[in-house]
Design a protein around this ligand. Structure first.
Ligand code: SF4
Ligand code: SF4
Length: 323
């Protein structure tokens, strides 16, 4: 059995909702078949008040072991570093976190807010929110870049807004079955198995991206065409398996006609690029993309894009808006 303690900080609870929607395995399967002992969860556990506080105290003092500490939401340090904007069970949540992260075998930051600070940490950041081990892309965050849990791992970041149910359950199963050492992390501490490829990988609109043929049909999953130029799809710059591990086993944002807005990256929601909105067309002067797919040079990409447009076959232009 592996004990799991789940806490929430500056959070909307979206990752809990995602977790509860897990299908293969379900949350029940995790408990009955995969040996997860849910010590406490804010939405699932009956203990509250003094009971919950006593349970947390036992965990914080090490008298009740915590194998996996899952934290959802930002770490709220305000005001003035005291953390009292987010009191929980009689103490600032940041004080519980200091004690519990020192006891846990593995610490998992679930969702953008826990990993990087997320929406609560966008400027002007009135709650002084940050992530567990990163502030945006900068190592450090609440615990500091040198933090290692008792198992020797840094905080395992499973970002997303929210994270996909399968990313959550597969990581929990790997940890609960003693395979923590097999989880390879990238330089942002994300499991490589999920976050090495791009959202673009496996997108059903890829052949239109190749010929630079755009759709103008926002939100229309029945028409094709790429969402990069007109709707600022961040699929080629975002590390996620959303078109490999589908949502609800059948779709993704881009398949449904919604541009990827880059929710697994530390800069999300990219307000510095498009103040007040998560959308920004890629086009400058009607044609030139502001950003190019990760790894491409701007000039090289523009030359390739121009050649692709010339080479575009008629089928790729049917009912499309040609950029
Ligand atoms: S819609 Fe986005 S992810 Fe899909 S092919 Fe176009 S740029 Fe790539
Ligand atoms: S498609 Fe993009 S914005 Fe949507 S969940 Fe995946 S990574 Fe996040």
């Amino acid at each position: 059995m592996s004990s799991v303690l789940w806490l929430q900080g500056g959070a909307c609870g979206g990752n809990t909702m995602s977790f509860l929607n897990a299908a293969e395995p379900t949350v029940i399967d995790l408990i009955s078949d995969f040996g997860l002992d849910l010590v406490w969860h804010p939405s699932l556990s009956p203990q509250e008040g003094a009971q919950a506080r006593a349970l947390l105290q036992d965990c914080a003092q090490g008298t009740r072991p915590v194998d996996i500490l899952v934290f959802e939401g930002s770490v709220i340090r305000g005001p003035d570093g005291r953390g009292t904007f987010n009191e929980f069970a009689g103490r600032p949540m940041q004080d519980w976190l200091r004690d519990l992260t020192a006891q846990a075998q593995v610490v998992v930051a679930l969702g953008d807010c826990a990993a990087w600070g997320g929406l609560p940490a966008t400027e002007p950041n009135p709650t002084d929110s940050t992530g567990l081990q990163f502030h945006r892309r900068v190592p450090g965050g609440f615990l500091g870049s040198g933090f290692r849990s008792r198992s020797g791992l840094p905080v395992v970041n499973v970002p997303g807004c929210p994270a996909h149910p399968d990313w959550i359950t597969q990581i929990l199963v790997a940890l609960a079955t003693g395979r923590a050492a097999d989880i390879e992390l990238d330089d942002l501490h994300r499991p490589k198995t999920f976050f090495t490829s791009f959202t673009h990988t496996g997108c059903s609109r890829n052949q239109y991206f190749e010929y630079k043929q755009s759709t103008l049909s926002f939100g229309d999953g029945t028409r094709q065409g790429c969402l990069f130029y007109e709707f600022g799809c961040r699929g080629p710059m975002t590390h996620s398996p959303c078109n490999r591990i589908l949502w609800n086993r059948q779709s993704s944002k881009t398949r449904a006609g919604m541009p990827c807005i880059g929710c697994t990256e530390p800069e999300f929601p990219f307000f510095d690029l498009a103040p007040g909105t998560v959308f920004r067309t890629q086009k400058v002067a009607g044609v030139i993309p502001r950003e190019v797919p990760e790894g491409s040079g701007h000039a090289t990409y523009l030359a390739q894009a121009a050649a692709s447009r010339v080479a575009a076959p008629p089928w790729s232009k049917k009912d499309m808006f040609v950029v």
